[in-house]
Design a protein around this ligand. Structure first.
Ligand SMILES: *Cc1c(COP(=O)(O)O)cnc(C)c1O
Length: 401
């Protein structure tokens, strides 16, 4: 019998609505390691759904680092960073990231989500203005709301629109923040970081970039979008994640020493939530070593990206660029349009041996539902070819192609 009491009946009603719309989902359960081929719900599938861009989730050197740190330092840090939970290994990771990113300082958060939300909400206040791309990540939106600053949303990648909005608030006393994703997670396109940095400079605004999907993917050795656009020294706040290409968990903020020390004092997730277990910090240190020592992983990632996109395009799929932004990264959406059909397509792909996430409204605009694919450096050509066979076969059967 259901344990839902009448107090929560409205939740059940919403779930029923989702079921009717065909966008209700169950969690797929991974049994074993996150890899190019994985076992979900007891079925072996080619995995085009994870953010494990460089195959680091199960890399032997990262596992070894985690085990060694656990042996040496235990499993938990025991406190928030500001009380008693700052371990040497946390600082070692932060120094490593700062050097990698060519900035003065870095602070690590529990996740990319908390890094964004904690930073945006603490560096701005009621009198300030946030100029945010309409497709920016939810954690930026939440951070913006928590800051109570006035939020001005510019059209996706529309630098001229951003300038219009900046002009409107130019003479207001508050601080202005221009913020964009480095790589947009649903369409795989790259934010105009260089042009927005120009604008920020022109109007005296703070410039911030969220590089969750760009870290380990764009720029020299995966240094991110700021490196990709040669914008060193022109972006005040760089956020990255340790949860995607880096293969573990966490987020970080890079910038000036004062920015980082300010976050020590004001960013609420830093102040009120316990720091990483030492094993996670050790894992990430090993991952940054690998970005430098095995750059061929990133080359393989881009080779696979080019191959897979080109094959999808010649098969006749809409991979974006018509009614949606054009992907420029390993994230390749297959635009279907209707939410329900998209979810059914994703389900049929799974049954045929391919995991590719169906994404519908409200995560993407109504009518622009898609199956999102993400290749990794570790997919073999044979696996990608098999994935293409499954995609085209299933799409033809369902009248999508
Ligand atoms: C995934 C993602 C985040 C959140 O990172 P986590 O480390 O998973 O919390 C933030 N911003 C963007 C653009 C993302 O894609």
């Amino acid at each position: 019998m259901s344990q839902t009491r009448p107090q929560l009946a409205h939740l059940t009603a919403t779930l029923n609505e989702l079921k009717e719309r065909g966008t209700y989902f169950k969690l797929r359960v991974l049994d074993g390691e996150q890899g190019p081929v994985s076992i979900y719900d007891g079925r072996e599938v080619i995995n085009l759904a994870s953010n494990n861009y460089l195959g680091l989730c199960d890399h032997p050197k990262l596992k070894e680092a985690a085990l060694k740190a656990t042996e040496q330092y235990g499993v938990g840090s025991g406190a928030v960073r500001t009380i008693a939970g700052t371990m040497k290994i946390h600082l070692e990771l932060e120094e490593k990231i700062a050097a990698f990113k060519n900035v003065e300082a870095c602070v690590v958060f529990q996740s990319g989500f908390t890094a964004n939300a904690g930073t945006v909400s603490s560096i701005l206040g009621k009198e300030d203005f946030i100029l945010s791309d309409e497709l920016n990540h939810a954690s930026i939106i939440d951070g913006a709301r928590l800051s109570r600053a006035k939020i001005k949303v510019f059209r996706h990648k529309d630098v001229a629109h951003c300038e219009e909005l900046l002009k409107e608030v130019q003479n207001e006393p508050g601080h202005k923040l221009v913020i964009t994703d480095g790589v947009f997670s649903m369409d795989g396109d790259i934010g105009p970081v260089d042009k927005l940095a120009d604008l920020a400079e022109k109007y005296g605004a703070i410039m911030m970039v969220d590089d969750a999907h760009a870290s380990g993917v764009l720029g020299r050795n995966g240094r991110g979008s700021v490196d990709h656009f040669h914008c060193h020294g022109r972006v005040d706040v760089q956020v990255g994640t340790l949860s995607k290409a880096i293969g573990a968990l966490g987020g970080y903020v890079c910038g000036s020493r004062d920015l980082i020390e300010y976050l020590y004092h004001r960013a609420r997730p830093f102040l009120f939530s316990t720091s990483h277990p030492p094993s996670v910090a050790a894992t990430c240190i090993a991952a940054f070593d690998l970005l430098e020592s095995e750059p061929e992983r990133i080359e393989r990632l881009w080779e696979n990206t080019r191959y897979f996109k080109q094959q999808l395009t010649s098969a006749g799929f809409d991979v974006g660029g018509k009614t949606t932004p054009a992907s420029e990264t390993p994230i390749t959406p297959i635009i279907i349009g209707e939410g329900k059909l998209t979810m059914e397509f994703s389900k049929a792909l799974f049954e045929a041996g391919l995991l590719a996430t169906g994404i519908a409204f409200p995560t993407v605009p109504e009518g622009k539902a898609r199956v999102r694919t993400i290749v990794s450096s570790e997919h073999t050509k044979a696996q990608l070819d098999r994935a293409l066979e499954i995609l085209t076969g299933t799409a033809k059967r369902m009248g999508i192609l």
